[in-house]
Write a protein that binds this ligand. Structure first.
Ligand code: UDP
Length: 271
């Protein structure tokens, strides 16, 4: 990361459960990432370095589930701590951070950030790769995105059910496509954050971001919560109503809040 650009962000880096959390609004996030992508392209064009020069920005959209899992899992903890941007996505993370006095201007959901980044890509000609979800869904999401943004360059798609043995070929394919933005709709048992962290040396892309179930929403396979529920921070409730088994996943919420609010910096586990 180039220091001048990231000074902007690092000044406003707070923390939750010992994990970093960046207090930026969506315009600042888009500006930072656009500048970083532009710089990466300029370096490649100037001949000073190949476009494959690793300048990856890993963006984590933090919700209570990821934060709690990272608190309890060294690999995920390192993955989140090494991310260039950590954005408060879940309302639980946002509120807990606010109650702890962190300077967090707004909650930015992964889905909204992804849509804004796609708009930026359509304007600036950034090359996009969609990785993840069940076979066919990334293509449907790409078709929907192209209907909305006809100038968007989606240079490749792949589903998220690849075998470990096929991973090197997939990474090579992504590397060969000069990708600026890699969106990863991956989930358990291979969530995006540790996958990006583990493979970052082999991912010569400008930015990589885990986007959970966003491709399913873009493809029209899952409905997003109505606007009023999004605004009220109740998106999680809508998703539990659609998929009651999610209740198990969000059951960590009370423990997350309690631990986050009573957390002292020197409690931090050194992994
Ligand atoms: N998924 C995948 N590969 C896997 C497991 C899950 O591509 O091995 C996809 C799954 O199809 C879904 C996404 O990852 O599209 C995860 O979505 P989920 O709703 O669980 O994530 P959340 O939005 O809750 O973070």
């Amino acid at each position: 990361m180039s220091p001048p650009l990231y000074d902007y962000q690092l000044k406003r880096r707070g923390s939750i459960l010992g994990l970093p959390l960046d207090g930026l609004n969506i315009h600042e996030i888009i500006d930072i990432l656009d500048m970083s992508l532009q710089k990466r392209r300029a370096v490649a064009l100037s001949g000073d370095g190949a476009i494959s020069e690793n300048e990856l920005s890993h963006i984590v959209t933090l919700n209570p589930e990821i934060a709690w899992a990272a608190y309890n899992d060294p690999l995920l903890f390192r993955a989140v701590c090494s991310a260039e941007l950590v954005i408060p996505d879940g309302i639980g993370v946002y509120l807990a951070a606010k109650l702890r006095g962190e300077q967090i201007p707004q909650r930015v959901t992964g889905f909204d950030l992804m849509q804004r980044l796609l708009e930026l890509a359509a304007i600036k000609g950034y090359r996009v790769f969609l990785l993840g979800a069940s076979p066919g869904v990334a293509e449907e999401a790409a078709t929907a995105a192209l209907q909305r943004l006809p100038s968007l360059q989606i240079v490749g798609t792949a589903d998220g059910y690849f075998r470990e043995i096929d991973e090197p070929d997939l990474l090579e394919r992504i590397a060969s496509l000069d990708v600026d933005m890699l969106f990863c709709a991956l989930g358990a048992p291979r969530p995006a954050e540790p996958w990006i962290y583990r493979n970052r040396e082999n991912l010569p892309v400008g930015l990589a971001m885990g986007v959970g179930g966003s491709f399913n929403v873009m493809a029209g396979r899952i409905r997003r919560a109505p606007r009023w529920m999004q605004r009220a921070g109740l998106e999680w409730l809508f998703r539990v109503i659609l998929e009651p088994r999610r209740l198990l996943r969000i059951a960590v919420f009370p423990r997350f809040v309690l631990t986050a609010l009573t957390y002292k910096e020197n409690d931090q586990t050194e992994y």
